[in-house]
Ligand binder design. Structure first.
Ligand code: NAP
Length: 364
């Protein structure tokens, strides 16, 4: 790689690093960072997108300018927008700044932009270079891209299990399989998500809190998917003072007279079947880019079968639960041949005290 290319890569990596500062806050918007150099290649400004309704990365960089940007260049990890949203279009700002070159890592998958921003920049005589650090940018915004393309939320399934692959005892007790450090890591991990999903049985058995313990404000949305509406009258999830809760129920099977038992602060959404895809679509429509499925084996299996899961995170504890009737992480997928089984890729593992955290992607 020539010195020139090394320095272009360096500035794009800087833009990506800035973008990652909005990792837990930018949703439903993408994670974007921007760097501006003057005509001599000196850094004169930078910015990132923090939150919807707040300035986009490019706008923030322009408002932080230390010097005139005329004849300079910009590095941005996502195509600048060309539509009026909560804030004005960024291409107009780039064009009026007099910038001569722009390095864009990837196109914006949002149909309102999707190549149109680049066309306008080119039409205005700006040199556009597309594709620098493409792999890193796709990775950083994979959930935003997935939601825009599929109209479903990017799903991560998380479970904790013993070394013999059990997620609970046969009586349903599962507190606690993993160590304190792993559980605290899960609280931090939840900050990356817009919503956390469980099924009605996990609510009944575990009465979880499903919060970040104050590490994110607002807390992720807590979602309960139920076919029966047979939910407990007392539950930690009925306290909406720190986090919102939604109950999504299948009206084809649920006993709707149970709705009166759910407190008014909880939002109720009715769907027509028990297909987990419906949850993924509803949450995507509400702007959730990335959702965490913390359900037990039955809902987990249905979610995997309906392509709601793109990645998995497994905590494995050095414990043996044993028992033919203790729960496995999944129900039967009815596979008959080894080639039908689910393949995982990009596997990664780390130690959390004595536990192992295993992360992987599902090849859909
Ligand atoms: N170790 C771990 O990481 C972990 C994590 C979560 C849970 N668990 C354990 O897992 C057990 C619960 O397992 P579970 O599989 O019953 O979990 P679940 O998370 O409650 O999922 C099953 C429930 O989801 C609802 N549901 C809605 N649509 C569904 C569909 N298409 N397919 C299946 N269920 C659907 C039903 O609720 P309704 O019955 O209300 O209709 C069903 O009973 C508990 O003992 C809990 O402690 C362990």
């Amino acid at each position: 790689m020539s010195n020139k290319n090394v320095s272009h890569t360096k500035w794009m990596k800087r833009a990506i690093l800035l973008a990652s500062l909005g990792k837990n806050t930018s949703s439903p918007n993408p994670r974007v960072g921007a760097v501006i150099l003057d005509k001599n290649g000196n850094l004169i400004s930078e910015g990132f997108h923090y939150k919807a309704g707040m300035p986009h990365a490019e706008a923030m960089a322009f408002s932080n300018l230390k010097k005139d940007a005329k004849g300079g260049s910009m590095y941005v990890n996502l195509e600048p927008c060309c539509h009026q949203g909560k804030t004005p279009p960024c291409v107009d700002k780039v064009i009026s700044s007099g910038i001569r070159k722009i390095y864009i890592s990837i196109e914006d998958p949002d149909m309102r932009v999707s190549g149109k921003g680049i066309k306008l920049l080119k039409k205005a005589g700006i040199q556009v270079h597309l594709g620098l650090c493409k792999h890193e940018s796709l990775e950083l915004n994979k959930a935003f891209i997935h939601r825009n393309i599929t109209k479903k939320a990017f799903g991560v399934l998380k479970w904790a299990m013993s070394i013999d692959g059990r997620v609970s005892l046969k009586n349903g007790k599962s507190k606690w399989i993993t160590n304190k450090k792993s559980r605290s890591l899960v609280h931090s991990l939840r900050t990356e998500f817009d919503a956390i999903i469980i099924g009605g049985n996990t609510l009944r058995k575990d009465n979880p809190l499903l919060t970040t313990r104050g590490k994110k404000n607002p807390e992720p949305l807590r979602v309960i998917f139920t076919k029966s509406l047979d939910l407990p009258e007392k539950s930690n999830l009925w306290d909406c003072s720190n986090a919102k809760t939604i109950v999504i129920y299948d009206s084809s099977t649920a006993n709707e007279s149970n709705l009166t038992k759910i407190p008014k602060c909880v939002e109720i959404v009715k769907v027509s079947s028990d297909n987990p895809e419906l949850i993924s679509t509803i949450l995507a429509k509400r702007g959730c880019n990335k959702v965490l499925w913390e359900c037990g084996p039955r809902l987990a299996t249905a979610a995997v079968k309906s392509n709601c899961i793109q990645e998995i995170i497994t905590f494995i504890a050095p414990k043996i639960l044993g028992g033919e009737n203790s729960m496995n992480p999944f129900d039967d997928f009815d596979f008959e041949e080894m080639h039908e089984t689910i393949n995982l890729s990009q596997t990664n593992f780390s130690f959390v005290g004595n536990d192992i955290c295993f992360e992987s992607s599902i090849k859909n």
